[in-house]
Every structure is written in C-alpha cells, then in structure tokens.
Design a protein around this ligand. Sequence first.
Ligand code: AMP
Ligand code: MG
Length: 329
Amino acid sequence: MIVLGIESTAHTIGVGVVDDDGVLANENETYTPPQGSGIHPREAADHHAVKAPYLVKKALDKARVKLSDLDAVAFSQGPGLGPALRVGATVARFIAIKYGKPLVPVHHGVAHIEIAKMTTGAKDPLVLLVSGGHTMVTAYSGGRYRVFGETMDISVGNCLDMFARFLGLPNPGVPHLEECASKGKVMLELPYTVKGQDMSFAGLYTAAVKLVKGGKRVEDVCLSIVNTAYYMLAEVTERALALLGKREIVLAGGVARSPILRNIMEIVASEYTATLHVVPPEYAGDNGAMIAWTGLLAYKSGVTISIEDSVIKQRWRIDEVPIPWVKLQ
Ligand code: AMP
Ligand code: MG
C-alpha cells in the first residue's frame, strides 16, 4: 500500500510518501518569520501555497511513484493554525477528487507519536510529546492516546522560542537558547509550576524576561529557564511512568532534538529501568512523512473522511481521536 501525506499545521509544509515498510520520501519546507516575530498564520499559509505543488512533485519523484499509484491521500486535519491547515487540506482534497483516492484525516499530535514509534521500534511507550503546539505526556489505553499530564497554557517550545526571540536569537529558538545556556553558571530562581500532572510555562517566560530586564546575566537566565522547563517535564513524565509501569519512554516532537532534554530523560528512564527512545532528528519536527505513515495505519483500519466532512479542526484534542490500529497483547 502507498500513501501520500501532507503536513501544514504551522510553520512547515511537508509531503511524505510511505509504503508498508516505511518512508519512501519526506520533503519539507519551513516558513521562517522575520527576525523578532512569531508565525503569522496568513504569511505561513501563503508560503505553504507557493511550496505545496513543488513538494508534491519532489516527494513523488523521490518515491518513484505517480499520483495514480497512490492507495490513499492523508492530511493533517488539526490542530493548528486555520489558514495554514487549509492549504494542506485543499491540496489533499484536490488529489483525492482528481485521482479518485480515499481521503484520510490525521491528528498532528498522533502523527508525531506514530512516526516516533515506527522509527524507534517502541511498542507501548509513555510518550513525552514536545512540539511547537504540544506539551504532553501521553500513552495508549483503551482505544485512545490518553493524556497523563499537559501544559495548561503555552507549549514548552513556544515558551522557549518566545524567550529566544526576546533575546534576539535566530529561529528555531530552542537550540540557540541551549547554546546560550551552555555558558550559564548560576541557576536563578524561576517559577516551577507543576499542578497535579499539569504544567504552566507562560509565567516562566514572563519571569525570565523580568530577570534579564533586571540586569541578571543573560547566560544564567538561559540556563535557568531551560533547566526549569525540562525539570518540570521530567517530574510529570516520571510520575506517569510510576503510575502506568510502561517499559519504554518515547521522546517525540521538535524539542526531542534537544541533547539536554534527552540526557534528563535518560536519567528518568534509567531510574525505572525503562528504555528511552528518541525520534530521529529528521522526523522530530513537523514533517510530511509522519502524516503519510499515520494515514497508512489509519486507512488500513478503515479510517477515511468524505470531502464534505473534511473541514479542518484548529482545536482537536489528542484524546478525542480513536486509534483503531494499535493492538496490544
Ligand atoms: P515542531 O512543531 O514539532 O516542528 O517543533 C518546533 C519546536 O522545536 C520549536 O520550539 C523549536 O525551537 C524546537 N526545535 C527545533 N530545532 C531544535 C533543536 N535542534 N533542539 C531543540 N529544539 C528544537
Ligand atoms: Mg508539531
């Protein structure tokens, strides 16, 4: 079976092609906002609309398949930025109608998890999903990915990206912030907000800005915000691990590229004799292959959507999505 998938929830437009054995093509282009500003949804959408046809062609060429060879076309239906999501959905609908292919809706967060599971071989993991839009600890149970802790406001990536932007660091913010943190010497006090299993990052950003404005050494503030944010993630992950008794931790999403977060999670895993599985860097950030792969899993379980019902969902919780393809013994 061959499935083409289109990602367009936020900064990245991506087209992936997969077959039953894995990824055949993964072609992506990322919209970079002007220095100092965040993603403007309409500008991201314009970027995606310009790049989409070329990416579809490039992915098909790389995979050595034609549109008529596809068994299905998948798209990220949400959650994400409305104008950006509509571009991917429109391209997918066009292919579905013109070539008579089934259309398969994919939840972006689920796709981050499934590509991480496929590429690392993890079977039944506890997942720490840290992407631009998501910060949550989740695991499969009873037909869904259930949430065992999440942010109450902004994502950790968003918090760190905003702070990086405030400092005038280039995009993507997190690696540059970590570079700055590597020169930090003193851990300064910042709000560490874990309530039950949920976390808050908005106040962390505000407090870090205040420290810089108050004259604290920038490198020390970078060290402090990065560590405070990641220790919060570690605490919530650790408690979920103790509760669920899972044997694997998967680190997924764009921030999974962080070597600092990986080291902290290695420690959490080793304390519970669990194994840590980190998604490879090329599949960590938003990408087309993750949508194609999850589309293939979903389509094989009978998931399709009509054109009429394929409206995008800007808000769509991961635990609302049925996951019929996961079968645990
Ligand atoms: P995603 O939405 O999954 O593409 O993830 C975007 C997030 O990943 C942003 O917060 C980025 O700053 C972050 N990110 C990108 N590259 C890296 C990296 N090398 N290390 C850590 N975080 C990164
Ligand atoms: Mg993402």
